[in-house]
Every structure is written in structure tokens, then in C-alpha cells.
Design a protein around this ligand. Structure first.
Ligand code: CTP
Ligand code: MG
Length: 242
């Protein structure tokens, strides 16, 4: 049975194999359904690594990552991929068609559902303009679409999978400010009940989050809303003002 998608980190630590220093240390937080949790921090702080522990691209070295109270290493691969959809920092498209790329993780989705996902992802216009529409060819790695289009197709792919947990790793960075704003407004309406964890650089993307975690050198050094952190957290101020 599908849970609601509550993600919890309990004292999580992680180090890459062979590395001496852990990349994540004592990470504890809860991301609730219906809320957006934003993670910010300078490059190399560990944001992508943290997200990757949720779908088990890596396993935590210490502590636990749980979804709806169940440790992720006790979920089947199938249950995990049903629960979580991630849009990676470097979104990847496979050779095939737009439709086959969108159906990766959502095999049963109808064309109508794919168009709905594209609409939310602000990708309807360019897919409609492509010869073949949903059946337009995509080359290996998605080199025949732009970076921003690739990003939006990967967002649509995540939406088509209808998970309870969405992970967006800097997924709005290649979009212009207006498209970014429209996309986030559409997301808010369409996945209002889901758990959203996002990594973002753009201040406007962060300020709307329900909770912001400030990551510095693998540790959470601050948490709260934009206003709270502006008042209390030096690291946050530096990041936002830079
Ligand atoms: N790292 C590593 N091996 C990997 C990936 C990352 O050793 N396969 C290291 C990086 O060199 C870095 C740390 O792990 O020191 C955290 O990396 P990452 O989680 O990717 O940092 P981000 O905060 O995501 O950085 P960015 O903003 O540049 O995406
Ligand atoms: Mg990263």
C-alpha cells in the first residue's frame, strides 16, 4: 500500500567508499507530505549526496533514512521506485521518443496523462512544436533538446510517475525566471499533497519553501523559514546575498 511519503533522516552519516572524511554528518530532519523542504548550501556541501540516499543510490553509513516510518533498506526496489521520483541535477534522457522517456517509471500512463505532466512542467509548447509531438525522437543523452527542455522533460517524467515523494536537485536552474515561477505555481497546485524536497540556488525558489535546511560541509547548520534564517543564520545570509 502506498504511504503518504513522510521522509525522515535520523542521525544520518555518509562517506563515499575509500574517502577518509564523511560527506554527511549527523543529519536529522523530517520532510512532511504537503510541504516543501528546501536544501541550500555551497557547492560540495553534500546536497546531492543527501538526496541520493533517499532512493538508495547509496546507503547511509550510520543512522537511518525512513519513508513513512520504514527504513528505506527494508523497502523493495519496486516500492521505493513507486514512492520516490527524483529529478537529478544532470537530468538524463534516453534514446527513444519523448513518450518513452516520460513513461520511464510510469509505463501505464496514457497520452493524456503525459500531456498533463508536460503542461505542469511548462513543456507543452515545445513538445507540440516538435515533429511527431509525443513521438518525436530523442537522441541518446537528449542532445537534440536544450538543457532547459531536458530539465522540463525530466520534471514531467517525475510527475507522470505520480510518486508520494519528489526530489528536485537544482531542477529549475536552467529555466528563465518567468518559466521557473510558472512551473513552481503549477507544481504547487498539482502535487499539493506530496512531499517535496528540493535543492535550489535561486532565492525566489527557496523563499517559498515551508522549511529550509542550510547545509555546510555535510552538517545542517540552520533550519527554518527564509525570514527566520535571515535573522539568525550567518551562513544563510552569505548564501542568499552572494
Ligand atoms: N563526492 C565524492 N564522490 C562522489 C560524489 C561527491 O567524493 N561520487 C564528494 C564531493 O567531492 C564533495 C562531497 O562529496 O566534496 C559532496 O558532494 P555533493 O553532494 O555532490 O555536493 P553538492 O552540495 O550537491 O554540490 P553542488 O552544489 O556543486 O551540486
Ligand atoms: Mg549537487
Amino acid at each position: 500500500a502506498a504511504g503518504r511519503g513522510r521522509v525522515e533522516f535520523r542521525d544520518v552519516s555518509f562517506g563515499y567508499p575509500g574517502a577518509e572524511e564523511p560527506v554527511l554528518k549527523d543529519i536529522s530532519f523530517t520532510a512532511e507530505p504537503g510541504r516543501t523542504t528546501a536544501i541550500i548550501g555551497s557547492t560540495g556541501a553534500g546536497k546531492t549526496t543527501l538526496l541520493n540516499l533517499i532512493p538508495r543510490l547509496y546507503d547511509a553509513g550510520g543512522g537511518q533514512v525512513l519513508i513513512d516510518g520504514v527504513p528505506v533498506d527494508r523497502l523493495t526496489r519496486e516500492a521505493l521506485s513507486e514512492a520516490v521520483a527524483a529529478v537529478p541535477q544532470k537530468p538524463y534522457l534516453f534514446s527513444g521518443t519523448i513518450a518513452s522517456n516520460l513513461r520511464y517509471g510510469a509505463q501505464g500512463a496514457t497520452d493524456e496523462e503525459l500531456w498533463e505532466a508536460l503542461e505542469i512542467a511548462q513543456a507543452t509548447d515545445f513538445v507540440r512544436d516538435k515533429d511527431g509531438g509525443l513521438d518525436a525522437p530523442i537522441s541518446q543523452g537528449g542532445t537534440n533538446v536544450s538543457g532547459g527542455q531536458r530539465q522540463r522533460l525530466c520534471i514531467a517524467r517525475a510527475l507522470a510517475a505520480r510518486p508520494s515523494v519528489y526530489l528536485f536537485d537544482d531542477s529549475f536552474s536552467a529555466l528563465d525566471v518567468a518559466t521557473d515561477a510558472r512551473l513552481r505555481a503549477a507544481l504547487k497546485r498539482s502535487i499539493a499533497d506530496a512531499t517535496v524536497i528540493l535543492v535550489a540556488q535561486r532565492v525566489a525558489t527557496i523563499t517559498e519553501a515551508d522549511e529550509i535546511l542550510v547545509l555546510d560541509d555535510g552538517r545542517i547548520v540552520g533550519r527554518g523559514t527564509h525570514e527566520q534564517l535571515l535573522e539568525t543564520n550567518e551562513t544563510y545570509r552569505e548564501i542568499v546575498e552572494s
